[in-house]
Design a protein around this ligand. Structure first.
Ligand SMILES: [Zn+2]
Length: 245
């Protein structure tokens, strides 16, 4: 590869490298987007499990609370029987006071059960909503999974093709320029730029007369300031010049 073909080849290499970089970026973005969807689904699932535990705990608490209220109510009834058959005024007073206490405790226990029932209802509604959310997010994971796989595979295929084409092209470039290109590529996005108005179009450093005559013979030179590879394309230089004004 020589002269004009060489710098055109290097420019094509820049295009391949940009495409390869873009595809890597797109693949990472796709993977992240899909992971976010899966994470959201896992989050809903966790919430559902938490609600399930809460629901079961409330059921247990209601059963215990009802048992407590029932035994207090029985105690209250037994005390009432005692009171009904009380003999002395003193005994009546003592039993009435005990009965009042039991009645208060019974009311507290029954109120607590009511509060638990209310929480149980709320939890039940939340569980139903969460089940729907989980179903929707699972459907979304499946649907997006198909899209993701298609889009991902397509880019992987493109990437493989670009890498293969780049490899073929790279092998045809003389090692001296291939190495210079690879070195520059690590530090700048545009390792090869045209000469405009006898200057490097990237850093505007003037091209020496000797280098210019080489450029006019379609050869490549390195910019003596920024080390980018320079080429001269009279037509492109005229167009770029026009675009600047
Ligand atoms: Zn330069």
């Amino acid at each position: 590869m020589m002269g004009k073909v060489l710098w055109q080849g290097l420019k094509r290499l820049v295009e391949y490298d940009k495409d390869i970089m873009r595809l890597h970026g797109e693949l990472a973005l796709l993977a992240k987007k899909y992971q976010d969807i899966k994470d959201r689904c896992a989050c809903v699932q966790n919430k559902r499990e938490t609600l399930d535990r809460e629901y079961k705990d409330l059921e247990k608490a209601i059963a215990a609370g009802e048992l407590d209220a029932r035994s207090l109510r029985s105690a209250q009834q037994a005390k009432q029987v005692q009171l009904d058959s009380a003999q002395s005024q003193r005994e009546v007073q003592a039993l009435e006071s005990e009965l009042a206490l039991l009645s208060e405790r019974c009311k507290i226990a029954e109120d607590a059960v009511l509060v638990l029932y209310h929480k149980h209802d709320e939890c039940s509604k939340q569980r139903m909503q969460c089940d729907k959310d989980f179903e929707n997010s699972q459907t979304k994971v499946l649907e997006e999974g198909d899209v993701f796989k298609r889009e991902y595979d397509r880019r992987v295929r493109d990437l493989e093709q670009f890498e293969l084409d780049r490899q073929t092209l790279f092998a045809r470039i003389p090692p001296e320029w291939a190495q210079k290109y690879e070195r520059m590529r690590k530090s700048v996005e545009d390792p090869i730029v045209p000469v405009i108005n006898n200057c490097c179009s990237s850093c505007y450093y003037g091209v020496l007369h000797h280098d210019l005559s080489q450029l006019k013979r379609h050869m490549i030179v390195s910019c003596r300031n920024c080390y980018r590879l320079l080429y001269l394309d009279e037509q492109e230089a005229i167009e770029l010049q026009k675009a600047c004004f």
